[in-house]
Write a protein that binds this ligand. Structure first.
Ligand code: NI
Length: 177
């Protein structure tokens, strides 16, 4: 282990709980070191390791209004939290999205502001503020918003919004804000 890592290891032994040390004590590449520093500097964040990837869980409130005010574009989800391999995302919808499906993922949509319609090939479901829907895997769907609306999504991390369809200029798995 590099020297800095050893110092942090002993720091954790003295100051932090052993669970932390178990997570941070073994690896040494740059990302891991950065995460150690972030954790030391920001004790309200807990770094979690899952399936070889690391992410931070902020142990403080996440204000949805504030997060929504940070972007204006449509059909471009922003990640605001990650837990158990799933992402919590915010998105703004306006107009019609691409028809698509997800082979291995169910998708949750919760309307925060406004309203939209979830279209399926054989019917549609209107969703108003405070309502949500779960679209099962493999089912073709497209959200349509007559007017701009704000939606919270909950789905597996890395899921592409256009599913298994050919990628388009709207294809994304989201970016953190
Ligand atoms: Ni979808």
């Amino acid at each position: 282990m590099p020297q800095i890592s050893q110092r942090l290891w002993s720091y954790h032994h003295k100051k932090e709980d052993l669970r932390h040390t178990a997570i941070f004590g073994c690896e040494s590449h740059d990302g891991m070191l950065e995460s150690r520093f972030q954790t030391l500097g920001h004790p309200r964040h807990q770094v979690v390791q899952e399936n070889g990837s690391l992410y931070r869980i902020p142990m403080e409130s996440i204000n949805l209004e504030d997060k929504l005010s940070r972007f204006t574009d449509h059909w471009s989800p922003r990640i605001i939290a990650r837990l158990n391999g799933q992402d919590v995302k915010l998105a703004k919808f306006s107009g019609a999205f691409d028809w698509h499906s997800h082979r291995d993922a169910d998708e949750l949509f919760l309307v925060l502001k406004g309203a939209f319609r979830m279209e399926f090939r054989d019917r549609a479901v209107d969703l108003r503020e405070g309502e949500m829907i779960v679209v099962p895997r493999t089912v073709e769907h497209r959200p349509v918003a007559e007017e701009e609306c704000a939606v919270l999504l909950f789905e597996p991390a890395g899921l592409l919004n256009t599913g298994e369809e050919p990628t388009s200029d709207r294809t994304t798995s989201g970016s953190w804000i």
